[in-house]
Each structure stands twice: as C-alpha cells, then as structure tokens.
Design a protein. Structure first.
Length: 231
C-alpha cells in the first residue's frame, strides 16, 4: 500500500456527498441513458446469455462505454481481453477498433465461447475478433511479440490478476493501457480479510499502485475500473 510521506495530512475529502446520499443505480441509469445506450445487438447478447444459463456478470453499459472510450482514446489497433463470457464487452471493444484492428478475447468455457461467437457474428464484428479457447495464462504467454498490444483488459479469474499482470506488462507497448474490472469488488477491498477474492484484488491493486512499469488509478465506474498506463 502506498503510504504518505512526512507531513502528509492523509486522505483528502472528495467533496462529493456521502456515499449513502448517492443513488448509484440511478446515476448509472443516467449515464446509460445519455452515453451508453444499448442497441438491439447488445440487448440480444444479454438475452442469449440468460437463455444459456450463463452468470449475470456482463459489464454494465456505463462501464462498457468507459472501456470503449479508453480503447478508442488509446488509438488501439490490437487488444487482448481475458474473459469473453457471452461477447458483450467484446462487441463494445471491437466497435472502437479500426477496420484492420484485432481483438483477441480469451474464454476457458467452450459453451460460453460458442455463445460469444454467435453474438459477435450477429453484431457484424466477428472479422475483427479472434475468440481463443483455453487457459488465459497459457494463451497470453503465447502472444507476442513484446510491446505488440495497445490494450489488455482483465475481466475474469480475479484471483489470477497478478499473474496476468506480468504478461500484460510484456505485451503492452509504451503508453498502452492495462484495464481491469471489479477493482472495488463491491467495496469489499476496504475489508480484504473478509473475502478471499477481495484479498486477492486488494493485493493486485496494491501491486499495480507501486509497480514502476505503470501509472495507474481506479475509475469509480461500475464496480471500479482500474486504468494503468505502461511506462
């Protein structure tokens, strides 16, 4: 954990209302209505995932929109995603890429990968997306060369984020982005001893915060989106 230096007054108040005074669901709905409206393709992904009995852990639209804008702002041409699920976030990412761009998205469950492939084809972005089936650590290790990716997005196997960090650092170019969802883990990172995954994510957050290869912070959108720039 990063500690303040001598004379550091400690945490500075945000100036925002106390969390209990904020209706986060209403605010997420406000952002979605103005900036992150879903089209029929995206709505069908959610329906397809429900019909397949998949877990309801797709990115919320506001987080997906933030992800998309970060990919576009980075001028990304090559992106790797860990955790495809039904292909919802992959569609948002693929739409931010140029026609010759490439998203490599990794999924360990073959049924989920099949649903995702159908979703990508339905949205018309499958030509830019390579769905890889298998263990993410092994697949990441086989990607390259060094510095050949613009963005790495982590959204699966929270307990292995620190493992993926090393491969991300290798794959990202200077100025590239490491993005990781669920950095807050529903606020449980504030009490990491209460939950094993919270402890792992808190450790990941602390590691990235002090890693000389990255400049990083967590954006308070959705469940917390870590953004780290490769130095």
């Amino acid at each position: 954990m990063v500690e303040g230096g001598p004379g550091d007054p400690g945490p500075v108040p945000s100036g925002a209302p106390a969390p209990s005074e904020l209706d986060h669901d209403a605010l997420d709905g406000y952002v979605q209505r103005l900036f992150a409206r879903e089209d029929d393709h995206l709505r069908r992904v959610r329906l397809r995932a429900d019909e397949a009995g998949m877990p309801t852990i797709q990115l919320p639209p506001a987080t997906a929109r933030a992800l998309q804008l970060l990919v576009r702002a980075a001028g990304a041409r090559r992106v790797v995603e860990v955790g495809t699920l039904a292909g919802y976030s992959a569609i948002w990412i693929a739409r931010a890429l140029p026609e010759n761009g490439e998203l490599v998205t990794i999924e360990i469950d073959p049924d989920h990968a099949a649903v995702a492939q159908r979703s990508l084809e339905d949205a018309g972005v499958d030509a830019r997306v390579d769905v890889r089936l298998g263990d993410a650590a092994a697949i990441l290790g086989g990607l390259g060369p060094e510095g050949s990716f613009d963005v790495v997005f982590l959204d699966a196997d929270k307990e292995r984020y620190t493992v993926y960090l090393e491969e991300a650092a290798r794959l990202l170019r200077r100025g590239g982005l490491l993005l990781a969802d669920n950095a807050f883990w529903s606020g449980r990172v504030l009490d990491p001893d209460s939950n094993e995954i919270a402890a792992r994510l808190n450790h990941f957050n602390e590691v990235v915060s002090s890693d000389p290869r990255f400049d990083a912070t967590i954006l308070p959108v959705g469940d917390g989106l870590m953004v780290a720039v490769r130095r």
